[in-house]
Design a protein around this ligand. Structure first.
Ligand SMILES: [Zn+2]
Length: 254
């Protein structure tokens, strides 16, 4: 009943009465979460979807907000931060909000999928990448980046590599590099991807958002790599799907 009512009302402007009814309560689904966020000042979003991708916390675009289901039980301060992430005017305001959102421990009822292991045949390749990580760390980051597991992936096809931040649940941070990328583009390009992922590691370890925005571009230029998410730029600029996303992973694409 409440769900149907929510749907009905959300299409129009007059959600005030329903909002009053929900005030202070914990939302149980996407519609109730949207009502709650609107109480807290959300304006430009018309639809809300819950997601289970553990690497994405919040993303929005085209009037739709996607939120990881682990945020249903988030305290009001975190929900307020989601509103600011969407509606915030200044960069500083949004950055503070992002920190609050990312710091919220996301617990999903589903267990995490097991991380792929480096194939025995690729262990030597992973060791070479680890040696280059140490070299680049000294050369470009004053050796301040933490040692990190570098995994070689045989599954990764569309992406060249990615950096994934650690979770509060005990999953460690990692850099993964695509084996197909090495075979197709060669060692120099693969090292370029490694350094790209190290810039994401630097973002994570210095409290920046893991993305390809201004901070990424500045640091990428400083270490001498292309400041783009993609290896080959599309003829038209802009993000692939027009969504602004806040997550714990960023990938370099082919
Ligand atoms: Zn990237």
């Amino acid at each position: 009943m409440l769900r149907a009512l929510t749907r009905l009302l959300l299409g129009r402007r007059d959600v005030a009465q329903l909002e009053l009814g929900l005030h202070g309560g914990t939302p149980h689904n996407a519609d109730e979460l949207l009502v709650r966020l609107r109480q807290l000042g959300l304006r430009r979003i018309m639809r809300c979807r819950l997601t289970r991708n553990r690497n994405v916390m919040v993303s929005f675009g085209a009037g739709e907000l996607r939120v990881h289901e682990g945020y249903l039980s988030a305290p009001e301060s975190v929900l307020r931060a989601i509103v600011v992430f969407v509606e915030g005017r200044s960069r500083a305001e949004r950055r503070d909000a992002q920190r609050i959102i990312v710091a919220h421990p996301v617990r999903s009822p589903r267990p995490a999928a097991r991380r792929e292991r480096t194939h025995p045949g690729d262990v030597e390749f992973a060791a070479q990448l680890t040696a280059w990580h140490a070299r680049y760390n000294a050369r470009h980051f004053q050796s301040r980046l933490k040692p990190i597991e570098i995994r070689v992936s045989r599954r990764m096809k569309m992406r060249l590599g990615h950096y994934t931040a650690a979770t509060t649940g005990g999953e460690t941070a990692e850099i993964a590099i695509s084996l197909a990328h090495l075979r197709k583009h060669g060692w120099q390009e693969t090292l370029h991807t490694l350094l790209h992922e190290m810039v994401h590691q630097w973002q994570d370890e210095t409290g920046h958002t893991i993305d390809h925005a201004a901070t990424f571009r500045a640091k990428a230029r400083a270490v001498g790599i292309a400041p783009y998410a993609r290896r080959v730029l599309a003829s038209r600029p802009g993000t692939a799907d027009g969504f602004k996303t806040l997550g714990r992973r960023a990938a370099r694409k082919g």
